[in-house]
Design a protein around this ligand. Sequence first.
Ligand code: G6P
Length: 602
Amino acid sequence: MCGIIGCISKKPVSDILIDGLKRLEYRGYDSAGIVVLENGVFRSEKTAGKIADLEELLKDQVFLGNTGIGHTRWATHGTPSTCNAHPFFSCDGSVAIVHNGIIENYQEIRNELIKKKHRFLSETDSEVVVHLVEDYLKTHEPLKAVRLSCNKLEGSFAMVFMFTDYPGLLIGARLYSPLVVGLGKKQTFLASDVPAFLRHTKKVVYLKDKEVVQINKCQMKVVDFRGKKKDYQIDRVKWDIQSAEKEGYAHFMLKEIEEQPEAIRRTVNYPHYSTLERIRNKFKDVHRVVLVACGTAWHVALASKYAIEELARVPADAILGSEFRYAPPPLDKNTLVIAVSQSGETADTLAAVRCAKEHGTFCMAICNVVGSSLTREVDITLYTYAGPEISVASTKAYTAQLSLLTLFAVYLAKAKKTISPKVERGLLNQIKTLPDKIKQVLSERDVIEKCAEAYKRVNNFMYIGRRNNLASACEGALKMKEISYTHAEGYGAGEMKHGPLALVDGSFPTVAIVLKDRVYVKMLSNIQEIKARGGVVIAIATKGDKNIKRIADWVIEIPNVSEILSTILIAVPLQLLAYYTAVKKGREIDQPRNLAKSVTVE
Ligand code: G6P
């Protein structure tokens, strides 16, 4: 939540900051602001609203400073107003800060600082930090002042500071929120995420927790919170800026939906088996799997539980990141915890992993972002190669995660000798056919768009499925809610008669996932029960199914695929239905209200 950027350059940085903030806008879009150092004084502009509103304010102004910082906010403490927009400044106007995270003990620090006559202009937790640094600066140089301040803070933060008395200096610090350094030829960056500066450089340093970085012109120094010098590694980002651009699509979400065949192809073609083989003994002895995740990634966990149990015959559970540490499941050395996260920065998922590690449990991550916090906390990471996902609503990361976890379930089954080489080969071959099958599903977009047009005015949708496609039903409903703002519920089809059937009438359509699998006949009965009560049914069905055409009002077809892999194909029409409904309702597709892509607060 919140995107931050800092830049030192040989040229004016305001345009670079704005461009960077636009690429971080997926992290929050309640307010935005920048500050640059111009002739020894700060020049700043900030406003409630989006980066476009900030740009509007800046359009007739010329900012000349070569050092600057910027922020795009997802409000936690204080309303999304201009007064609560970052950057914040010290009382004497010599220090500026942008912050991502939450300072949990801010009230206590604020009270102490008020006693020392500091004046606060906002309701935010972030503002205390700049006053704290100002206080330490009376007796210490900037790096130490920031470091000492960090030691007093509780919570999570990534922050960047600049100082009027030290032109060309930026200091960044992090604890549980991401901060990356970008090393360009004539400019250096600090940002929450790589796309912020990717058009300028691919050379990056992922800062670790409890590190402070000082960037001075082209020099860089990293210390820990105690002041001990730390080594750092320079990495090279493999993807390029096009993957983080819309490239002619109306929305990132549509682009990302269409990128799914490639995202899956890259993910499943990577030699994950060799990574896993290195610790084969570990997997051989696993007797319980606990999947942990939030949001869309949790639906991946829920669906993957079935694949793991069915193939590897190991009990598996899917637990919400926000629940895990308050009700930890039994964990021991033969339990495998799998954390699923696109960003690798979701606070609740990270907290769950930390809790599991405290119990000495082996943890594996399924993650899309190289160098993210999650990947550093776990014992092993399997990466999805979906490329950058910008739209707040997750699509290609979801299907890439599902594909990778199915691959893992096959591997685990092999390690535990619960499948024959023939079945293993068959499944691996089927996984490889997924990209082509997804292309076939994408060609159904016209009927899906028509369906969205027909129901764009309804206030409620029910989504039903069974087994692994109960997870699909929940994911379909989540997509509909988050981008179209239409109430939707995902339900086990067999549970309809225990309550939700009372809701059904002609204005409450049900999206039913009804494939030619072991629950097909049961699903048909559940659909009949809905039809008998005047309900409208939009069926997602196996291609060529004549029965369903006779019963359902709408049929969206997907190619025949094994039950375990069906969640991956089913995702696509559900994503498109939500997308077109939201477009027809005139919603902000890529940046739905009140949400943010990377939820770095608990
Ligand atoms: C937010 C996003 C979702 C995402 C969830 C978990 O709610 O809007 O799309 O599924 O966070 O994020 P993660 O990065 O851990 O997968």
